[in-house]
Design a protein around this ligand. Structure first.
Ligand code: ATP
Length: 496
């Protein structure tokens, strides 16, 4: 086996003994440091015998060797991450904390408290994970990347400072203004209910009211009704229905247009865009019913023009990445831009400091590259020289949910038909709210599955998703029948 590391200048080549001989060419001004670091890691993680047998000038097993990865989270997004990471030729082992029933077939699930960042870092240390990939926002906003950094452990995800782009809507709004990035006009930020009620007299209608902190997707109201706005403010600020996240609010202009999810992977300098997606937030067909965490999503070649994508990158993405560097909080990891495509160009509605769910499922089934390798680079030496390749055509993800979702649900329903659904061509059944007992699966959450497929066209991808959905049965199961309908041009109901 032979591995070469990038750089320029002097070239060296050495080999080591052990069960197998590995030759590594190292060149460039940091070659010695690379080797020393790598030998140390090999000794800690994988091949103590071989590593002990070489000195710091020798090559090591680690750089061409195997990877052990911890994925944090337990939904459909994390199942998609685990599924794609597993395909990496260097991936030796994957744990998922806490994971779910379906993930437990693809990775070893370990119990975890997502708020306890110290506990999660200790878990990664105990497991000897070379790389940790964080799915949900909570541990990121709580500072998991900083804790891993203090302990010298590789992690994909932004620091606590950088994660404020999602953790505080007021910070995000002020950041956008500081860097002249297009967004809805801000009417004001309010810390007291009295000031917020008074402000309603001076805003244009419809108005958008947003809680500052994390509110599990329930902290935003777009309304034309002063009564509704007042009632929402009362629930947020006085009754604290959504917790501390609602004690401060902002109000902004309501934008009109089509929404787009645009996600990039960045190391703070280089930016690798993922395919743009559209999601469907309302629970029922035709955008009826309450908002959810997402009922389905799709991506397809040509979803946006090259010109629009260029505008998004140049007017929004690059200024945001550079702005975070300029503010001393370089952003590393996945950064999600929730955009409104208005008549006056794309504008930022929100940031998320992670992959979206279910966007991640539709994106990762199109990934035609070694995700483990790219994420390891994002967390360590940087993304310079890396490129992402995508399967041509389209993909879609249809979310199957429990009765009552997004409200109260009754868990523990027995699930049938999974094997048949998995047999549909090009379909991957990603599990979100399931638990497994031996070979039997039961529901354990609101969103239960993401039926995800690729296809030469969006219509083909959707047909496969719906064929798979038709094979899965559990009491109360429901899903939208019009995911991607407008874009695929085959159903009449409107997409979000
Ligand atoms: P998520 O669960 O997606 O993270 P969130 O609670 O962080 O949601 P936002 O994404 O900021 O909230 O807003 C939720 C939705 O509200 C948006 O997807 C969009 O449909 C709508 N919205 C937000 N801001 C505006 C705006 N300025 N104009 C029009 N609609 C808006």
């Amino acid at each position: 086996m032979r591995t070469f590391l990038g750089g320029s200048g002097q070239e060296g080549e050495e080999s080591i003994g052990g069960g197998q001989t590995l030759e590594i060419g190292v060149f460039g001004k940091n070659a010695a440091a690379f080797v020393e670091d790598a030998v140390g890691r090999a000794a800690r993680a994988h091949q103590p015998a071989q590593a002990a047998a070489v000195d710091s000038r020798a090559a090591c097993v680690y750089l061409g060797g195997l990877m052990r990865i911890l994925v944090i989270g337990g939904g459909g997004r994390e199942h998609a991450l685990v599924w794609k990471l597993r395909q990496g030729p260097r991936v030796e082992k994957i744990w998922c904390a806490p994971g779910n029933g379906g993930i437990s077939q693809d990775a070893e699930c370990v119990a975890a408290d997502l708020k306890d960042v110290t506990g999660l870092a200790t878990l990664a240390e105990r497991l000897g994970a070379d790389l940790t990939v964080v799915g949900p926002e909570l541990p990121l906003v709580e500072g998991i990347a900083d804790e891993f950094g203090r302990r010298g452990r590789a992690i994909v995800g932004p620091s606590k400072q950088a994660a404020r782009l999602e953790g505080s809507k007021v910070f995000a709004k002020e950041f956008l203004a500081r860097h002249d990035i297009p967004t809805a006009a801000l009417y004001g930020v309010y810390d007291s209910p009295g000031d917020a009620y008074s402000a309603l007299c001076a805003v244009d209608w419809p108005v958008v009211v947003k809680a500052d902190g994390l509110c599990a997707g329930k902290g935003v109201l777009v309304t034309s009704s002063p009564d509704e706005a007042t009632a929402f403010l009362e629930r947020l600020m006085e009754q604290k229905e959504l917790g501390e996240g609602g004690s401060r609010v902002l109000m902004e202009e309501a934008l009109e247009g089509e929404e787009l999810s645009y996600i990039v992977l960045t190391d703070g300098r280089d930016v690798l865009p993922l395919p743009p997606t559209r999601d469907h937030k309302r629970v029922f067909d035709g955008n009826q019913g309450p908002n959810t965490g997402g009922m389905g999503t799709y991506s397809m070649d040509g979803l946006i023009s090259a010109e629009l994508e260029n505008a998004i990158l140049e007017r929004i993405v690059r200024p945001a990445i550079a702005g975070m560097v300029a503010e001393g909080a370089p952003y590393r990891g996945f950064l999600y831009f929730g955009l409104m495509l208005t008549r006056n160009g794309p504008k930022v509605l929100e940031f998320n400091c992670r992959l979206g769910d279910p966007e991640a499922q539709a994106i990762l089934v199109r990934a035609d590259f070694d995700l483990a390798d790219v994420l390891h680079a994002a967390a360590t030496e940087g993304l310079g020289g890396k490129a992402l390749a995508w399967k041509e055509g389209a993909s879609a993800c249809v979310v199957m949910a429990s009765a009552g979702y997004p409200g109260e649900i009754e868990a523990g329903k027995r699930i049938e038909g999974l094997a048949e659904a998995s047999e549909v061509n090009d379909v991957v059944v990603f599990h979100a709210g399931t638990k497994r007992e031996a070979a039997t699966y039961y529901t354990s959450g609101g969103r239960v599955f993401g039926l995800t497929a690729t296809g030469a066209s969006l219509e083909q991808a959707l047909t496969k998703c719906y064929e798979a959905a038709g094979k899965i049965r559990f009491e109360g199961a429901h899903y939208r029948k019009d995911i991607g309908a407008v874009a695929a041009g085959k159903r009449s109901a409107a997409g979000d």
